[in-house]
Write a protein that binds this ligand. Structure first.
Ligand code: ATP
Length: 231
C-alpha cells in the first residue's frame, strides 16, 4: 500500500519553544475520508500547513502522495501542489472575476489548451452543482456557493488528495450538509479527503474516521462511534 499521507514522528516547534505539533504519527490511506478535530490551538492548521508544505517539520518526516516533503526541491513545489487540492477557510476568490474565470485562471497556469481549460472548469462547477452560476461574480454568490466555488477551483487540477480547512466554518448547518455531500461524492469518485473542523454535529453524523488533536498530539484516532448527542 502507498498511503496518501504519512507523518513520521513529526514535531513542529515555533520560535524554538512553542509546540504546534508534538511527535505525530499518522497514516491516511488513498481513498480515505478523515476529519481532524480539536480545540483552538490543538494543531489543526499546523498539520494542514505541513501537508501543503507551507511549513516544514522541525523534526520527523511528512510524505504526501509518496513525496518526502523535506526533500522536495524548490522547483518541484508547484508541481507537488497540483497533486493536492486545498480549500482555505477564507475562500480566497478573485472578486473581479466570474465563477468560471476564477477556475480557468488557475488552469491556464498549467499550460493546458483553451479547450481543456474550459472542459475542466465546467466539469468542476458541475461537480459542485454550481453550473447555473458560472457567470456570477463572487459577491453575487451566497457563502455556501462561494465555498462550493472554492472547492470547484481546488478540484479543477484533478488532485488525488483534497484538504480543507474548516470548510463549513462560516456557513449555516443546512448549507454545511450540502458541502459535506459534495465531499462525499468526491470521495466516492476516489479522492482522498482530509477536513479540519470544530463542528461536532458534522463529525458525529458523518461516520468517518476522526483524528482528534489536543495540545499538538493525537488524543484519539478512530471511526466515529459515539452516540449522537448534538441533535
Ligand atoms: N506562526 C506561529 N508562531 C508561533 N506559534 C504558533 C504559530 N502558529 C501556531 N502557533 C501555535 O501553535 C499551536 C497550534 O496552533 P494551530 O494554529 O495549529 O492550532 P489550530 O488547532 O489550528 O487552532 P484554531 O482552531 O484556533 O485555528 C498553538 O499553540 C499556536 O499558538
Amino acid at each position: 500500500m502507498n498511503p496518501a499521507i504519512v507523518f513520521k514522528n513529526v514535531s513542529k516547534i515555533y520560535h524554538g519553544q512553542i509546540y504546534g505539533l508534538k511527535d505525530i504519527n499518522l497514516e491516511v490511506e488513498k481513498g480515505d475520508f478523515v476529519f481532524v478535530t480539536g480545540h483552538s490551538g490543538a494543531g489543526k492548521s499546523t498539520l494542514l500547513k505541513l501537508l501543503y508544505r507551507a511549513l516544514l517539520p522541525s523534526t520527523g518526516e511528512v510524505y504526501v502522495n509518496n513525496m518526502n516533503l523535506l526533500k522536495l526541491k524548490q522547483k518541484d513545489i508547484p508541481l507537488f501542489r497540483r497533486t493536492l487540492g486545498v480549500v482555505f477557510q477564507d475562500v480566497k476568490l478573485l472578486p473581479r472575476k466570474t465563477a468560471i474565470e476564477n477556475i480557468s485562471l488557475c488552469l491556464e497556469m498549467l499550460g493546458l489548451s483553451d479547450r481543456e481549460v474550459k472542459k475542466r472548469a465546467y466539469k468542476s462547477l458541475e461537480l459542485v452543482k454550481l453550473s447555473s452560476k458560472s457567470r456570477a461574480f463572487p459577491n453575487e454568490l451566497s457563502g455556501g456557493e462561494q465555498q462550493r466555488l472554492a472547492i470547484a477551483r481546488a478540484i479543477s487540477y484533478y488532485p488525488t488528495l483534497l484538504i480543507a480547512d474548516e470548510p463549513t466554518g462560516n456557513i449555516d448547518l443546512k448549507t454545511s450538509w450540502e458541502i459535506m455531500s459534495i465531499f462525499e461524492n468526491l470521495n466516492r469518485m476516489g479522492m482522498t479527503i482530509l477536513i479540519t473542523t470544530h463542528n461536532p454535529i458534522i463529525v458525529s453524523k458523518m461516520n468517518k474516521r476522526v483524528v482528534q488533536l489536543k495540545n499538538g498530539q493525537i488524543e484519539s484516532d478512530s471511526l466515529w462511534d459515539k452516540p449522537l448527542i448534538y441533535e
